[in-house]
Design a protein around this ligand. Sequence first.
Ligand code: F6P
Length: 327
Amino acid sequence: MARQPKTIGVLTSGGDAPGMNACIRAVTRAAVYGGLHVVGYRFGYHGLVAGDSRPLDERSVSNIIQRGGTILGSSRCKEFEGEQGRRKAAENLRASAVDALLVIGGEGSMKGAMELAGQWDGQIIGIPGTIDNDLGGTDWTIGFFTALDTALDSIDKIRDTAEAFDRVFLVEVMGRLAGDIALGVGVAGGAEEILVPETPEDIETIARRVREAKQRGKLSYIIVVAEGFCKGGAIEVAKRLSEITSLTCTPCVLGHTQRGGSPAAYDRILGTRLGVHAVDAAIDGATGVMVGEIDGNVALTRFEDLGTRRRVIDPAYWQKINAMLRC
Ligand code: F6P
């Protein structure tokens, strides 16, 4: 029979994502409801290493579900990457009598959680929180839907000026090495081209399509570029396209705007659902797993089976989407 945890620690790590607060709130309230104590570590793994934590109760997570960012703060902690840093983290967890640690973050954070297990014998459970949607073990990551809406809003606005000026725009979106944000907003925003790392394209071919579209009388031409598509991203692609076509090709890097803002409804729902299930999993004695949503169901996946997901874009769909975009 698994030992019942008494104290749960929670932290947010890596790039912050809208919906992390909804998740912290759900974890805290589900744990309190289950008779557990909760401590929140500040600035991700940095808080674990430095022993920087604060108790959380049902009131300390009031009025945060609609807020972007994370009330706990986040970081990419260099010290935690070394064994000495992780040893300090483990000592602090023992000193605070934490039985189960819940880590909300992306791929690097899950890797950190897995490595901590080498130094600490408490329970460790991951929850996927990143705008990139690039993790295995879940169909969606907390923050992805808000990032889509934010980028889409910008693309709709850029369309207005692109149309007025008869201009080619290259809009760069985040996503590290995954093209999920680009694919999502490219389709939803009616872009003429979507450039993702998963499907390489050469600039000459893109330039030919832009010229042909202009000859057909197309006014605006929007190319969504995933940041991982090529070195230099949209700025580099715009420069090369301008050189080849002699058209004005204007880059627009949306950057960190995509990480902020009030979370979309589904990021709040997902954050809540996964937070509640992570606490249940801790109470059931689970460890070394991430809680995700697969095909609409909550699923636990072992850290070592997560990997980094490269979305396999269905080639037939990709072909049709591209044919439709370039009409
Ligand atoms: O992982 C989230 C993310 O926003 C990526 O999309 C992006 O590549 C990266 O973080 C940016 O990181 P930083 O804020 O550390 O520059």
